[in-house]
Design a protein around this ligand. Structure first.
Ligand SMILES: [Zn+2]
Length: 231
């Protein structure tokens, strides 16, 4: 168990970073199995699932290594289906925070052309009648990487995009105010998306919205404490 994230299992340690997996990852296994289009073949589905695991892990190691490069601490990573959480503690400077957060999505940016080239090659070279699972698998991996990138860079705190917004605003208006603005945007958008998802009956999206809203609410409370110290 990880004291920072109850409900997660210890997996392995790499470059001094302890990797955990959250139980919700196993719930996502079932949901993704139904959504992926790989449901016809268990082998290809498991390959896709492990690849998703690998992509998320690379993204989180991007955060961890970038944080260390600016003199910060990165001790653990918890993998969960929305992109994982790297528990990073960059030094309290906007530039250090911006680099520690941006490095995660940058890993996905690097993977975009790689996966697209492999996909185009597979579509052109492989006979889909002979290799149906492989072509679908490559298409799913390409989509997952792009989807994770777009999801993570949305400027909604606590997603990477929201934290990058916090870091950028920090340069101009200080730590507390910038966090307050980024977190408020997170709370408002989380509430809007939550209500829309509830109306649409999309429970997966409702869960995401609740998570974002709660974390952003926490961010607003932290901003209040920081503001007291800044005075
Ligand atoms: Zn990230």
């Amino acid at each position: 168990m990880n004291p920072q994230s109850p409900g997660s299992l210890r997996l392995f340690k790499l470059f001094g970073v302890q990797v955990y997996v959250h139980w919700s990852w196993f719930v996502a296994l079932v949901i993704l199995y139904q959504m992926s289009g790989l449901a016809g073949s268990l082998g290809w589905f498991l390959a896709g699932y492990l690849s998703l695991f690998g992509i998320v892990l690379l993204h989180e190691f991007g955060h961890a290594m970038a944080c260390r490069s600016v003199g910060g601490e990165a001790r653990s990573i918890v993998l969960w289906p929305l992109g994982g959480i790297a528990f990073v503690k960059p030094p309290p400077r906007p530039g250090a925070l911006l680099w520690s957060i941006a490095a995660g999505p940058l890993v996905n940016v690097v993977l975009v052309p790689v996966t697209f080239v492999i996909w185009i090659a597979a579509e052109g070279l492989l006979d889909p009648d002979i290799w149906p699972g492989l072509v679908t698998y490559i298409r799913v991996i390409t989509t997952i990487n792009l989807g994770l990138l777009i999801f993570n860079i949305m400027p909604v705190y606590p997603l990477d995009g929201g934290q990058m917004l916090h870091a950028i605003l920090w340069f101009f208006m200080g730590r507390a105010r910038s966090l307050h603005i980024a977190a408020t945007i997170g709370v408002v958008l989380g509430a809007i998306v939550g209500v829309l998802a509830l109306m649409a009956g999309d429970w997966w999206m409702v869960m995401i919205a609740i998570f974002i809203g709660m974390q952003a609410w926490n961010g607003m409370k932290i901003a209040k404490v920081l503001a007291m110290y800044e005075r």
